[in-house]
Design a protein. Structure first.
Length: 179
């Protein structure tokens, strides 16, 4: 059990810092014949249904012909929602894979990945990052320097600032910082 919790913490530390970046890459939602849904960076196998989810194209966007005053130049409500929604599987999927690999290595078949417990805190963190990006950085500036912008926001969150991980995400990441 301890090994798999450590694996979860490691996976989340790596992914939490870069998950908002993943929201700018293509993401495929695949549905197999049994109806199981998976998210992945590569196109779905031919035998599965495929829906490509991706960040909106670069450049200014408008809602009803007017830029949204809530966001910095170039962002819309839809852009921010898409960024937050795409971020969640970008955190959960790699964490699930790393957790399973650590459990297999530790020969622990009883401990299950705590997805139901983890997802709400990941959603909150992703939403916070997306809102913070949209409300503080013009879209063109973000496109130009997103790695540095997100790294700074992530570092602030990990120190307890804006977007600090809460719930199970915060608990696991807090434990790993203490070790």
């Amino acid at each position: 059990m301890k090994t798999t919790i450590s694996a979860l913490a490691s996976a989340l530390w790596v992914v939490a810092g870069w998950a908002p970046c993943a929201s700018e890459a293509a993401l495929f939602k695949c549905v197999d014949k049994a109806g199981a849904v998976s998210y992945q960076a590569d196109p779905c196998p031919v035998t599965e249904g495929e829906k490509q989810l991706k960040a909106p194209p670069a450049g200014p966007t408008q809602v009803s012909g007017k830029p949204s005053s809530r966001w910095k130049e170039g962002w819309s409500d839809g852009d921010i929602t898409a960024m937050a929604q795409t971020c969640v599987p970008g955190v959960i999927e790699p964490a699930r894979r790393d957790f399973a690999a650590a459990a297999a290595k530790a020969q622990d078949s009883t401990t299950q990945f705590p997805e139901a417990e983890l997802t709400p805190s990941v959603k909150a963190m992703c939403s916070c990052f997306a809102n913070r990006v949209g409300s503080t950085v013009a879209r063109a500036d973000f496109q130009r320097d997103k790695q540095a912008i997100l790294r700074k926001m992530n570092d602030d969150a990990m120190r307890g600032g804006a977007c600090k991980p809460e719930g199970l995400l915060g608990e696991v990441m807090g434990r790993s910082r203490q070790q």
